[in-house]
Design a protein around this ligand. Structure first.
Ligand code: UT7
Length: 334
């Protein structure tokens, strides 16, 4: 059997404070009914103190504990995020310091909501090349730090969280089997944060114009996401000869319940095989997929040998899907 990158442990972190739809009704002209029917979101978590690296470090520590190793065992840390603590140094360096992973190097990767699947694909290459034995892949975003809480179009959608997985080499047929990633920069005008970069450095004017907050043309992104996420999921099924009934779990990016449902329908999947937690967390960008994996694994719902498909779509546009043969048995007692 060929060498594969295997997810051998999972972890996550979600801040305690909850922002409900009822809270948002008091802040902008919206309603629980609108948010639930249009998005499927009931509440989201908000980090009051600290930054993305703090959430990433906590998710990383859960991974290390679950695997029974220390941070010194790590070779490489990849952090997918669009809300780094600061432009530089990288959030990966800050996580490395916080967990004490002094033998690891690391870097950040920005692919917005597809950040985790992109980062997992990058980590996979280092393992398959035989160069590294333990690669930590983190998806973490403090989306509330770039949200304008007077803009009802976006403020109801996002929340804060981190998820992480450990990749190690394996040769028993389990692990990451296939991936297909896409980028299309013509999607850039529909989902972005305009200022703070080299195009529009921070000025009083950029602040007055709210250019440091996320902008989304929801309808345009919705149309592209429904097609993109479903198409790439079907593509990964077809080229791996997977029929709907052979898939144990679809792990979709959690941006909108209607996008998730459309993808599952195109794949011929029963709703019971789709990981959905958008109701409790909203869209946590790079964290949605590892957060699902960690929650479902901790609940004892995943077993070694399961066929798992990850699928994502986000700003860029970026999108992709991965086929994984799951390798970890449920936790003791589950
Ligand atoms: O994760 C990265 C990728 N992102 C996505 O995949 C998100 C894709 N887009 C979406 O999920 C949806 O487009 C949204 C949930 C953002 C919006 O849903 P929609 O069904 O596309 O609504 P819309 O933007 O077409 O707005 C419909 C109406 C508008 O009013 P008018 O112009 O018809 O009078 C909006 O002003 O709903 C209004 N609206 C709201 N009303 C109450 C927009 N936001 C709200 C709100 N509460 N929070």
């Amino acid at each position: 059997m060929s060498l594969r990158a295997v997810i051998t442990a999972v972890g996550h972190y979600v801040p305690e404070k909850v922002l409900t739809n009822a809270d948002l009704e008091k802040m902008v002209n919206t309603s629980n009914e609108w948010i639930m029917t249009r998005t499927g979101i009931r509440e989201r978590h908000v980090m009051e103190h600290g930054a993305t690296s703090d959430m990433g470090a906590k998710a990383a520590e859960m991974v290390l504990k679950n695997r029974g190793i220390t941070a010194l065992d790590l070779d490489l840390i990849i952090v997918a995020t669009v809300t780094p603590d600061m432009f530089f140094p990288s959030t990966a360096c800050l996580v490395q310091e916080k967990i004490g992973a002094t033998n690891a190097w690391g870097f950040d990767l920005n692919a917005a909501c597809s950040g985790f699947v992109y980062a997992l694909t990058v980590g996979q290459q280092f393992i398959e090349a035989g160069r590294y034995k333990k690669v930590l892949v983190i998806g973490a975003d403090k989306m509330t730090s770039i949200i304008d809480y007077t803009d009802r179009n976006t403020c109801v959608l996002f929340g804060d969280a981190a998820g992480a997985v450990l990749l190690e080499p394996g040769e028993d047929g389990k692990g990451i089997i296939d991936h297909k990633m896409y980028s299309d920069g013509t999607g850039a005008p529909y989902l972005y944060m305009a200022a703070g970069g080299s195009l529009h450095p921070a000025t009083h004017d950029t602040i007055d114009k709210k250019m440091h907050s996320l902008y989304q043309d929801g309808k345009s992104v919705f149309k592209a996401a429904v097609v993109g996420m479903a198409d790439v999921s079907v593509e990964i099924m077809e080229r791996n000869n997977l029929k709907g009934e052979m898939i144990d779990w679809l792990v979709p990016h959690q941006a909108n319940l209607r996008i998730i449902d459309a993808t599952a329908r195109r794949m011929g999947l029963d709703a019971s095989k789709v990981m959905i937690n958008i109701e409790r967390y909203g869209n946590t960008t790079a964290a949605t997929i590892p957060l699902c994996l960690s929650e479902w694994w901790h609940d004892g719902k995943m077993k070694a040998g399961d066929n798992v498909v990850l699928a994502s779509f986000g700003a860029g546009y970026t999108w992709g899907a991965m086929y994984i043969k799951w390798a970890i048995d449920p936790p003791a007692g589950k």
